[in-house]
Write a protein that binds this ligand. Structure first.
Ligand code: SF4
Length: 341
């Protein structure tokens, strides 16, 4: 039986593994963390239907069964194309695994919000990222650092995305809709709270996402202010005072919030460059892996037998990631059937 190795046990890796196992391959997943589900594992609820993230992970994990082995807490030490066409996948504790095909599904990391020092993440008590807020939703407690119910909450879009200053000009695709989801959740939790979203453009490109935006305004009273946050400073009472250029009204707003939530963008996962170097894969200038052709060969690389799936090639929603992983499984099957031996 042919062996497929997958790097990454996130949603893309698990989805592709289930398909490949169903087709009849022996699948080994190498995961650097001690758990599966990738970034989704640290999320509480997902847009657009508010299903639990854990339920989605259960759904993609359930079909795995026998035929798929996941090795957790593993660091890839070598990736070598061998003379017989297979790929040698080396890790610190497993030795070399021989793969007839390799799928890179190494995912993404969130932009490090500390790098936008002017927003005060890690400096001011009540500045958070969307991931921090999601942990609060999971724990059932959305409170300020001093344990109070927040009365005013601000969401800042495009933190580390569409931002020349940090070298990331691309849109991270999911943070507008995440802000709308979280702003609506806050209003469901605290109907009297004042919730603001500070955005440059709202990119709500799927039908249900536009409904979420509509509901955020009409049902929950979230206020959307088009403009950039210029300054954030901490007050004595640990609230955060904001100076925002409202570009539609043509005026500068000064307001204070009890919580400021930064919508950090997507970056290539930390080990993407290392994997690319070991295999001779191409990365774009943003550091994401690039397939041979984004239209017709979106899961293939220039290296025979090495395939790509999920957000290692750029920002994607979860449905797009799942579709991409299924497509990768089909491409791998086609490749291995052609290779025969
Ligand atoms: S999805 Fe929205 S918040 Fe995220 S980078 Fe794009 S425009 Fe900015």
């Amino acid at each position: 039986m042919k062996n497929v190795v997958i790097i990454g046990a996130g949603v893309a890796g698990l989805t592709a593994a289930a398909r490949l196992k169903d087709i009849g391959y022996n699948v080994t997943i190498i995961e650097k963390k001690t758990y599966d589900g990738g970034n989704v594992a640290s999320w509480d609820r997902l847009f657009p239907d508010s299903r639990r993230a854990s339920r989605l992970i259960d759904d993609v994990r359930r079909p795995l069964g026998e035929g798929v082995t996941i090795h957790y807490d593993q660091r890839i030490t070598s990736l070598v194309k061998m003379k017989d066409g297979r790929i040698g996948v080396g890790t610190e504790s497993l030795g070399i695994i021989h793969a007839d095909a390799l799928l890179v599904a190494s995912g993404f990391s969130l932009f490090d919000a500390h790098l936008k020092e002017e927003y005060g993440y890690g400096i001011y008590d009540n500045v958070y990222t969307q991931a921090d807020l999601e942990s609060m939703f999971s724990s059932g407690k959305v409170l300020t650092r001093s344990g109070d119910i927040p009365r005013r909450i601000g969401f800042v879009h495009c933190v580390g995305s569409r931002d020349e200053k940090v070298g990331n000009r691309y849109c991270s695709k999911v943070c507008c809709v995440t802000a709308v989801k979280q702003a609506s959740e806050i209003k469901q939790l605290y109907p009297d709270a004042q919730v603001y979203c500070f955005y440059m453009d709202l990119r709500m490109f799927e039908l249900p996402y536009e409904d979420m935006y509509f509901n955020a305004q009409k049902l929950y009273g979230v206020r959307f202010i088009r403009g950039r946050l210029c300054e954030a400073a901490e007050k004595m009472d640990k609230s955060v005072i904001l100076k925002v250029e409202d570009t539609l009204a043509g005026q500068t707003l000064n307001l204070s919030v009890d919580m400021l939530v930064l919508m950090a963008g997507m970056r290539p996962a930390s080990d993407t460059a290392r994997i690319a170097t070991m295999l001779g894969l191409h990365c774009n200038k943003e550091g994401f892996l690039t397939p041979v052709d984004i239209f017709s060969r979106g899961n293939e690389t220039e290296v025979d037998g090495v395939f790509l799936a999920g957000t290692c090639t750029g920002p994607k929603t979860i449905p797009q990631t799942i579709a991409d992983a299924r497509s990768a499984a089909i491409r791998i099957d086609e490749y291995l059937k052609k290779r025969k031996k």
